[in-house]
Design a protein around this ligand. Sequence first.
Ligand SMILES: NC(=O)c1ccc[n+]([C@@H]2O[C@H](COP(=O)([O-])OP(=O)(O)OC[C@H]3O[C@@H](n4cnc5c(N)ncnc54)[C@H](OP(=O)(O)O)[C@@H]3O)[C@@H](O)[C@H]2O)c1
Length: 348
Amino acid sequence: MTAWVLEDGFGLEKLTRSTRPLPQPRGAEVRLRVLAASLNYRDLVVVAGRHGKAITTPLIPVSDGVGVIEALGEDVTGFSLGDRVCPMFFQGWIGGEPPLDMHACALGGPLDGMLASYRVFAAQGLVRIPDALSDVEAASLPCAGVTAWSAIAEPRAVHPGETVLVLGTGGVALFAVQFARAAGARVIVTTSNPAKAALLRRMGAHHVIDRTRTRDWAAAVLSLTDGRGCDRVVELGGAETLNHSLTAVRPGGLVTLIGNVTGSRAELFLPLVLTRRVTMNSVSVGSGQAFERMLGAMTLHEIRPVIDRVYPFAQVPAAFARLAAQEHCGKICISMSTLDGAAPGRGA
Ligand SMILES: NC(=O)c1ccc[n+]([C@@H]2O[C@H](COP(=O)([O-])OP(=O)(O)OC[C@H]3O[C@@H](n4cnc5c(N)ncnc54)[C@H](OP(=O)(O)O)[C@@H]3O)[C@@H](O)[C@H]2O)c1
């Protein structure tokens, strides 16, 4: 089988195509023929070697993908040959409270990820995918989709009529926009250029703020909400955006910490929280059961992931370059449908 591998050390220049033996499932494991994968900001951090000491090489990167079951271990129940499934981001988090060591079972580092033509997984780490979703749409769900679902729907669900502020047009952000719309919220989104703003309006965002023109976007949110502030913020920016987000949220509102695209060390102006009864919570993707609940809601509301661009497997470095340039809107995906003489999967 073929894979993109960081064999010895980190850096995009060290990501190379490599041939490995076909993995064999045992016991309660299945072998997937991988159909598609998608990139997350985290994958960029992992490949660059900036994710911390727990992730080492050799490593097959990239957490998210979809595959079809083509071999079953003798103890597998609940799945059949031909089922189309996504591996969960945290392989050990089935439902309820996460295991204490959940980060040790994250795909794409420290566990091998999805940039391979075949992968073996424990059946309990898989979620079956509805037929309505194409392969690349399904591949975009395990990290970005479930994270947005955890921010909007669980455990403190957005109520109809609430105002939700989402930062940016990346993978998590566009799922959050769609889930918040489906929950009946009024949605405000910040972005960085007119083309991305136009896409957001087509998706039904009620207000779009170009943060490159409106530097004080927190003031703009206050103005749009008659000085009250939004009910919650899907906080994806981190160091440079956190105090703005805390300014933009109403007293008693919720700021859900998810991302750190502008840096990880934030200086917090505490009165913004202490004097205004603001709640800050955080999200770590979500469980397999949350993934299944999200799929149910997506089917009901006919929500389709926003796919930015699809690259063939041979062009993985170009896909990473687009992600790094932050030119994308939604998910950057990799199609494996022509690998190893495989029959094509499900197209868009
Ligand atoms: N905690 C978790 O479980 C979890 C799970 C998934 C992701 N994350 C984190 O969430 C973040 C987003 O992940 P992703 O995969 O969705 O990333 P992504 O697809 O790369 O999107 C990042 C987006 O952030 C926006 N952005 C960049 N600079 C900004 C700034 N100064 N102010 C506001 N927005 C800015 C840009 O959108 P515009 O150009 O439209 O502004 C950019 O496209 C990352 O930090 C990631 O590590 C956390």
